[in-house]
Design a protein around this ligand. Structure first.
Ligand SMILES: [Zn+2]
Length: 105
């Protein structure tokens, strides 16, 4: 396969992906317009599958087991990230202080 062939294939694939993304965005817009037209009471959406759920649902997932599971996973990884964000600078400062104390003492 020539280089030009490969590039043109790559370009086609990217264009297809863009088209797909645009199509789904359009679908979502259509959906938004539809629910605006129907006077639906305020609600929120499942963060995984986007299904409408009661506004007070916490966490914001539907009753689907897959959604609950993946949301739990996301939540725990987010928590871990938050902990690390505080922990690592904390350790760095601690080490720095130990070194400073060692140098002066
Ligand atoms: Zn869901």
């Amino acid at each position: 396969m020539s280089k030009a062939d490969r590039y043109s294939k790559m370009a086609t694939r990217t264009a297809n992906q863009a088209r797909e993304a645009a199509a789904s965005a359009k679908d979502r817009q259509k959906y938004q317009r539809t629910i605006q037209g129907m006077n639906i009471e305020s609600h929120r959406h499942c963060v995984i599958c986007w299904a409408p759920i009661p506004i007070k649902s916490e966490p914001a997932v539907c009753a689907n087991n897959d959604c609950v599971e993946s949301q739990t996973k996301k939540e725990s990884s987010r928590k871990r990230l938050t902990i690390m964000m505080y922990l690592f600078p904390g350790i760095a400062i601690l080490l720095l202080m130990i070194q400073l104390a060692g140098a002066s003492g």
